[in-house]
Design a protein around this ligand. Structure first.
Ligand code: SF4
Length: 284
């Protein structure tokens, strides 16, 4: 289940009021029925990481079994969508590599507190402690057009079989390593579809990695959060625009209305002052 944040930010990001509440109910129902539940969170420039930590407390308290978390970077399709649909500048919304490292400074600590579905080595990568090669071919995307390459974020071609894709794509052209973007479109990408499989495959291995992976897979899991009363998870608001929440169409009329009312008040105050001309009876 996709959980961008607590209620308010969720409504803004998914542009629909009530989604957070529905998600929480769905989680509770799924757990009652005995299902495993995992959540996915994408972090953007405006994401408040303290709030994400609170959300994990809340989700852990609900009994959610684990979480994936990934930085949101400006891949082509999302960038075009931002500009066309929301009239937002991509650089105001998506993360650069530098910003990703800043946002994920505490990710290793969170790996101890919550069941994150990301190896400790990928978490070190997100925190900026090591470099990894992109191995997007290990988490491939298959859709109606075929096997999509190089990854689910970018589309340079489709292939009939996985073997054909492996063979025909020049994988050395993609990813970032030693600070050098092999493809400019990859420059800010640190997403799990590209970099999570790398340590699992033993690529870019460092001493101690095997032990970290064994402990991550077979060691004790973080304990469920017992009390989430400190979390203000239902911090959503309504602007009466339903599914338009957070979009320019929803916000602009409100802003215009507020500006109009302020102007009226200023005008009324100025007129009153002029009419009174310093007469103290106007104070009544
Ligand atoms: S770095 Fe890898 S996963 Fe990221 S956009 Fe480039 S090819 Fe795709």
């Amino acid at each position: 289940m996709s959980m961008p944040s607590n209620a308010f930010m969720t409504y803004l990001i998914v542009e629909r009021e009530g989604v957070f509440t529905e998600c929480v109910k769905a989680i509770q129902m799924a757990k009652l029925l005995g299902y495993q539940v995992a959540t996915n969170t994408t972090v953007y420039k405006e994401t408040d990481m303290d709030e994400i930590e609170q959300m994990f407390d809340f989700l852990s308290h609900l009994g959610v079994d684990g979480h994936t978390i990934s930085p949101g970077y400006e891949y082509d399709a999302a960038k075009k969508d931002m500009v066309k649909r929301l009239n937002k500048k991509p650089e105001d919304f998506f993360l650069t590599r530098e910003l990703t490292r800043e946002k994920f400074t505490r990710i290793e600590e969170w790996g101890q507190k919550y069941t994150l579905f990301g190896s400790p080595i990928y978490l070190e990568f997100l925190a900026g402690k090591r470099d990894l090669h992109c191995t997007a071919w290990a988490i491939p995307t298959r859709n109606v057009a075929g096997w999509k390459a190089p990854c689910y974020l970018m589309t340079d071609g489709h292939y009939d079989t996985y073997d054909e894709m492996l063979e025909k794509v020049d994988w050395d052209q993609y990813g970032v390593f030693d600070g050098e973007a092999r493809d400019p479109r990859c420059e800010n990408c640190m997403t799990h579809c590209g970099y999570e499989p790398t340590p699992s495959l033993g690529i870019d291995k460092q001493p101690g990695d095997t032990w970290k992976l064994i402990r991550y897979n077979f060691g004790p899991k973080p304990v469920r959060v017992a009390d989430a009363s400190h979390v203000d998870a239902y911090n959503g608001v309504t602007n009466g625009k339903g599914h338009l929440t957070g979009t320019a169409e929803a916000v602009a009329p409100q802003a215009d209305e507020v500006a109009r009312k302020l102007e009226q008040r200023e005008f009324a105050a100025a007129s009153a002052a002029e009419n009174c001309g310093g007469n103290s009876s106007c104070d009544r």
